[in-house]
Structure formats: C-alpha cells, structure tokens
Design a protein around this ligand. Structure first.
Ligand SMILES: Cc1ncc(COP(=O)(O)O)c(C=O)c1O
Length: 379
C-alpha cells in the first residue's frame, strides 16, 4: 500500500543533510568524499573539553533518571547566571534544535509569521513546515548584515542568527540596535540564536546586551558548537522581559510532552559555563587560520567571490552558476567535495563551505573546487 505522508511532513527539507545523497554513488564506488557540508566540529580535530567529559562520565554512574522537564536545577541556575536572568526564565532542551521547535510552536498561531534572515539556517524553515507555520524572509546586504525595512502585519517574532549560519557574518551594534528599535515599534518577540558566540574573529555583541526592557527576547545557546559536543544534544533558551505566566506555562507544558533533555549530559552545563574556558582561544586560533586560508582561496577562483566570515566556521561564496543545486551535485559527483547549495538556505547562486577540516583537507578541497570551476568554464 502506498501510504501518503501529511503535506506538512512532505514539505520538510534540510539541505545540509539532504546533500549526502549526492555522495552515495561515489562512496559506493569506493571513492573519497571531502565533507564540507556538516558543521560538526567533533568530526575533525576539535574535542570536548576534558572537564565536561569527566562530569558526564561521573553522572553516568548514578544519574540516569529523567530530569525535571525544564532541566536540572543546577544546570538552569548556571545558565540563568550566565545570561543574567532568573532560573524560572531558563529551559534546558534537546539541543538548540528543540528550543527552536518549542519557541516557534509556543509563539505562533497559524496566521502569524516569524521573520527569518535570507539566507537562513534551514532548521527554521524546516520546523515551520513541520509545524504548519508561516515565515517571511528579511533581506541582508552585500556584507550579509540584516536590513529590516518592512515588517508584515502578522509578524510575531524575528530571528537573529549571530554569528550567522550560513554566512559567518557577525552583526554590528548599530544593526542590532536598529533591529531592537523595529521590534519595539512593531511589538514582536526577538529570538537570538547565538550558538556560535565564542567562535568569533571580531567583536561580537550578544543581543541581550542591547535589549533593555523594550522588547521580549529569547536567547538560544548550547553545548554543540562553543563546547564542541553536538552529539550530546544539549541546548537551552533564556527569556528576558517576559513575565512568568501563560507563555512560560505553555513552554513548560510542551517540554513536559517531551519528558526531558538527556540527564547525564545536563551535568556538563555548569562546568561548561563556570569552569575552565581555555579551549576557546585554542579553538578560535585554529578556526581563524582555516578561515583565512579558505577565504583567500575561494576569492582566487575565477567567478567566485566571498565575504570574510567574522565568526562560526562557514564561508558562503557566490558561485559562477545560476543553478546552485546542480553545481553542488556535480561538484560532489565529479570531485568528491561535498558542500551545500545556497538555495537550501533560501539564497540561490551561492554555496556553503564548512572550514572545520585540517589545512591538508582544505587545501585538497580548494584545489578540486578550483579545477572543477576552471573545467566548467572550458566546457
Ligand atoms: C544557527 C544554528 N542554530 C542551531 C543549530 C542546532 O544546534 P543544536 O545542535 O544545539 O541542536 C545549528 C547547528 O548547526 C545552527 O547552526
């Protein structure tokens, strides 16, 4: 029997993982694939800080129970102190992914819309599809800085991803202030996804520093990037300028319907936020070297141009082809370099390149991309 999926489910796509299909035939033929598609530092030469592993290993001895749905008190307290909010305003989730799902679900009715940057991180659009919610894009300029001019009447929330995935842009204070003013005038909630906030090569300002009491703010963060533990599935949301009441009750209810985030891994949150941070400068030094190399090489390829990523580990060059999907598919099939097409982030004519791998791999990848583009021109 051919069972038809719901329209909601059939509309969900997540390009970052979808592109693995491009690699299947080449992998099956025993040829190599250079994965520049997934932003997973733990797949490369980055490791979870030892004191976090120790905390989790200890918890695995006798802390294997369900935690409260909002998270362990010790973890909520550490996050609350870190963000300068009260413990009642903090919820621990199964990665930032679950926090995104919950906050969109809690804030939006079907007629409402969430404003997303273009290009965007496709988890937001995927979750909107899955939940049957509307989104509208706001534009960014040629440096990928947001330029929010018009606000639809049904806007209920606006997402700021800073540092940005897929562009690596870090937003200026001026831009952030402008967004806060627009949110205050139009009365919508701001959602700040700052999961890469320690992975920066220039000054980064958390949105919570700009927001005083004029708008409600939800800050999202977690252990996946800054603390190099994406497989642990630990994230959180911290609310500012929202009274405890109907909204927090709804968040609590949704979290109860998911039981809880993995308990033993929640024991890493306090040591992450209050313990040694010495892995951060080491990590940033490594990333900056790789950023510099990839930025230079991409800009040397004829027909490609790239702005300098100020944070995270992504470059988002313009490519010499209109059909970015087929460009990325053929690049993978012919050279083994797997990137993600820009249209997967809502921005055709580009592709996203992850610069997490060691220099040797990046050099090989850049050689192959360059060869592919030169060959393309000759065809
Ligand atoms: C901007 C952004 N938000 C959220 C996530 C998902 O994070 P988590 O692993 O905490 O679910 C990612 C992962 O790449 C991301 O880039």
């Amino acid at each position: 029997m051919n069972v038809i999926p719901s329209r909601r489910a059939a509309g969900v796509t997540y390009a970052i993982r979808y592109v693995e299909r491009f690699a299947q035939a080449r992998r099956a033929a025993g040829k190599d694939i250079l994965n520049l598609n997934i932003g997973d530092p733990a797949k490369y030469d980055f490791d979870v800080p030892a004191h976090l592993k120790t905390a989790v290993k200890k918890a695995l001895n006798d802390k294997n129970y369900y935690s409260p749905s909002a998270g362990l008190d010790e973890a909520r307290d550490a996050v609350a102190k870190h963000h300068g909010v009260s413990m009642q305003d903090v919820f621990i989730t199964g990665g930032v992914t679950e926090a995104i799902q919950i906050i969109l679900n809690v804030l939006l009715n079907p007629q409402d819309a969430v404003m997303l940057p273009k290009p965007t991180y496709p988890l937001y659009t995927a979750q909107c599809m899955a939940l049957g919610l509307k989104y509208v894009y706001y534009p960014t300029d040629d440096q990928w800085q947001p330029t929010v001019h018009t606000v639809p009447a049904n806007a209920k929330a606006l997402v700021v991803i800073n540092p940005n995935n897929p562009t690596g842009a870090v937003y200026s204070k001026k831009i952030l202030k402008n967004i806060v003013n627009i949110a205050a005038t139009n009365k919508f909630v701001l959602i700040a996804d700052e999961i890469y906030d320690h992975m920066v090569f220039e000054e980064h300002t958390p949105l919570a520093k700009i927001v005083k009491d004029e708008v409600p703010l939800v800050t999202l963060n977690g252990l996946s990037k800054n603390f190099l533990a994406p497989g642990w599935r630990i994230g959180w949301m911290a609310l500012k300028n929202m009274e405890t009441g109907l909204l927090t009750d709804a968040i609590q209810n949704l979290l109860e319907s998911k039981l809880c985030a993995p308990t033993p891994f929640q024991f890493a949150i306090k040591p992450a936020l209050t313990g040694s941070q010495k892995h951060i400068p080491q990590m940033v030094r490594k990333l900056k070297k790789r950023r510099d190399y990839v930025y230079k090489r991409l800009n040397e390829i004829p027909g490609m141009s790239c702005t300098k990523p100020g944070g995270a580990f992504y470059a988002f060059p313009k490519i010499p082809a209109e059909d970015d999907y087929n460009f990325v598919r053929r690049l993978c099939e012919e050279t083994g370099v797997l990137c993600v097409h820009g249209s997967g982030f809502g921005k055709p004519g580009h592709m996203r390149v992850v610069f997490l791998p060691q220099e040797k791999v990046l050099e090989e990848a850049m050689e192959r991309i360059e060869g592919f583009v030169r060959n393309l021109k000759g065809r």
